[in-house]
Design a binder for this molecule. Structure first.
Ligand code: C2E
Ligand code: MG
Ligand code: MG
Length: 587
């Protein structure tokens, strides 16, 4: 330091000089060894000394910084300078017992470093500050780590978009504004990338991640300034549209986003096409909690998806009623099996060469005591979502196998085949093959008469697990078919990877066959192509949903093997089905 601290009066000059020199050496050693920069400000003479380490922390050599307090103060970040100066003033005036302040100072390279500056003033007997000294510590690393932690708490690391917590916070502010100002309204869009899971599973997680990042960037460019977009997780994104004039503002943005996302994505040289479903909730509904807005936008998104994807839907109170109904269905469905409310209907499948029934498909039915006959399209999705499909599916399997075996033993002969639907949840059950072997053993139905129907998407949901399960099922001797073939989003390579016996062409392709104008339309071409694929790969082809003689003729013409549909018979109860089999009806 320029001024040494008061020392004990020495007896002579030499002693005094020695003591002084020793003191300086001690101090220089400490100063040199310290990791912190040291500073001393002689206020009376306005002279400052910065230690070499102090200068080094800011990237300067000894001679590059003058002994002037402004060398420090001028380098403080403009946003923090006032705060530092007032803390300095407060300490010098004796208002604080010590000085400690965290702020940014500019480094020689032009970037700011975070430092902690600590100091203490020495005062005269009136409390007036005479000198002021202290240390400077670089805390940039800690500060950066803290900022990263804070960032992680509020941002999604993959896309760098705000996360759910930050989005809910912004939504809370918007809600507050909406209650204060009558002329202010906002909307929340809830967006889900259609079939993302299939893309992710078939192309790999790295490709899936890249797609999500690209989606995030496209969302950002579709918005107006002031709007904000967040990633809630998975393939779900939300958008807060601030200060909208009316609902059409929200639907316009939804359309713009959907258009933006429908352009192909280039992922590793491969063109990926996708679409998105969007649900919209508006502040005009009078929400209190941000979670409720999000929930309703989510509900609307599900509605959009259910209507065939790539759409947007506006939340309305009818949807809320629908959600409640789903919840009630779930509660009642839990008791349906015990209450004996479930039963099975059978729909014949006809071999097109002989015109005879070759097998029947078992279809679950629920006659609820409270709501009458409930459609599978209503209760199967609920059962899948809640896991109830496991016991329910097992019950249908056992019931249908028992019934089919009874017909076989009554009629004699090889018996008619039985198709049973498996949901994706059942397919991912590791002991599925054992369960099925046990049911076959208990009911006596020969394994080769049982055909399990699985959808493409169920297989592709967990392709590895599915491969193992399907192999084990084949070992038991049951047959496997792909249900609703042609509606999944997949490459056809899985047809060879998995031991599949038959393809069931989805009803949507058969529906318009035989209608005059559509004879040579796309659907006819698709049906013909599927029959061809089946033939080339050695798989049988079954057409679903045949309703007219015309459709039947077309299917015979293209060489389809089997057909099923209202033209032959609607799904019917066990005894009626047994009757059809007994009279050996032919078409
Ligand atoms: P799916 O397996 O594709 O079954 C065929 C559906 O098409 C049945 O509907 C059947 O009644 C209907 N259908 C058959 N022929 C025609 C026709 O000519 N015209 C029309 N318009 N429809 C026809 P259902 O019984 O309502 O079943 C719907 C879906 O529910 C089934 O589609 C299947 O995916 C699922 N499902 C039914 N029972 C079960 C079950 O026990 N387990 C599982 N996991 N799913 C089941
Ligand atoms: Mg089926
Ligand atoms: Mg089907």
């Amino acid at each position: 330091m320029s001024e040494s601290p008061p020392i004990v009066p020495a007896q002579d000059d030499r002693e005094l000089r020695d003591a002084l020199a020793a003191e300086r050496r001690r101090y220089a050693l400490v100063e040199h060894a310290a990791n912190d920069g040291l500073w001393h400000w002689d206020i009376v003479n306005d002279k400052v000394r910065f230690s070499p380490r102090w200068k080094e922390l800011l990237g300067y050599a000894e001679h590059e910084i003058e002994n002037n307090i402004n060398e420090w103060l001028d380098r403080i970040h403009p946003e923090e300078r006032e705060r530092v100066l007032s803390a300095l003033r407060a300490h010098l005036e004796g208002l604080t017992s010590h000085f400690e302040n965290e702020h940014r100072v500019m480094h020689e390279t032009g970037v700011y470093r975070w430092v902690v500056c600590r100091g203490l003033a020495a005062r005269d007997e009136h409390g007036k500050a005479l000198e002021f000294g202290g240390s400077l510590t670089d805390v940039t690393h800690r500060k950066v780590a803290e900022e990263q932690l804070a960032h992680r708490a509020f941002y999604d690391p993959l896309t760098n978009l705000p996360n759910r917590a930050l989005f809910l916070d912004r939504l809370r502010h918007a809600l507050r504004r909406a209650t204060r100002r009558k002329d202010y309204a906002f909307a929340v869009l809830f967006l889900d990338v259609d079939r993302f899971k299939v893309i992710n599973d078939s192309l790999g997680h790295m490709a899936g991640d890249r797609l999500l990042v690209m989606v995030a960037r496209r969302l950002e460019i579709s918005l107006r300034p002031g709007d904000s977009v967040a990633r809630l997780g998975g393939d779900e994104f939300t958008v807060l549209l601030d200060d909208i004039k009316d609902i059409s503002d929200a639907t316009t943005v939804a359309e713009r986003i959907q258009k933006e996302l429908s352009a192909p994505f280039d992922i590793g040289g491969q063109e990926i096409f996708t679409s998105s479903s969007i649900g919209i909730a508006c502040s005009t509904t009078g929400y209190q909690r941000p979670e409720d807005v999000l929930r309703d936008a989510d509900t609307a998104m599900y509605r959009a998806k259910a209507h065939g994807r790539a759409r947007h839907a506006l939340f309305d109170t009818a949807m809320h009623a629908h959600v409640l109904r789903q919840l009630q269905i779930e509660a009642e469905l839990r008791r349906a099996v015990e209450r004996d409310e479930m039963f099975v209907q059978y729909q014949p499948i006809v071999a097109l060469d002989s015109g005879a029934i070759s097998s029947v498909e078992a279809l679950a039915r629920w006659r609820s005591s409270e709501r009458g006959l409930v459609e599978p399209s209503e209760f199967i999705p609920v059962a899948e979502e809640t896991g109830l499909i496991q016991p329910l599916g097992r019950w249908v399997l056992r019931e249908a196998c028992r019934e089919a075996n009874r017909w076989r033993s009554k009629a004699g002969g090889p018996g008619c085949g039985l198709s049973v639907n498996l949901s994706s949840k059942q397919l991912s059950q590791p002991d599925l093959a054992n369960v099925i072997a046990e049911v076959l053993a208990d009911t006596g139905l020969p394994a080769e008469l049982l055909q399990l129907e699985i959808t493409e998407s169920a297989i592709l949901e967990h392709p590895e697990a599915a491969a193992t399960t399907l192999k084990r099922l084949k070992q038991i001797g049951v047959r496997l078919s792909i249900d609703d073939f042609g509606t999944g989003y997949s490459s056809l390579s899985y047809l060879q990877r998995f031991p599949i016996d038959a393809l069931k062409i989805d009803r949507s392709f058969v529906q318009h066959l035989g209608v005059e104008r559509a004879i040579d339309g796309d659907d006819a071409r698709i049906v013909r192509a599927i029959v061809m694929i089946g033939r080339n790969l050695g798989k049988q082809v079954i057409a679903e949903g045949v309703e007219t003689a015309n459709q039947l003729q077309l299917l015979r013409d293209v060489g389809c093997d089997f057909a099923q549909g209202y033209f032959f018979s609607k799904p019917i109860d066990g005894p009626a089905c047994q009757h059809l089999l007994r009279i050996a009806r032919r078409w």
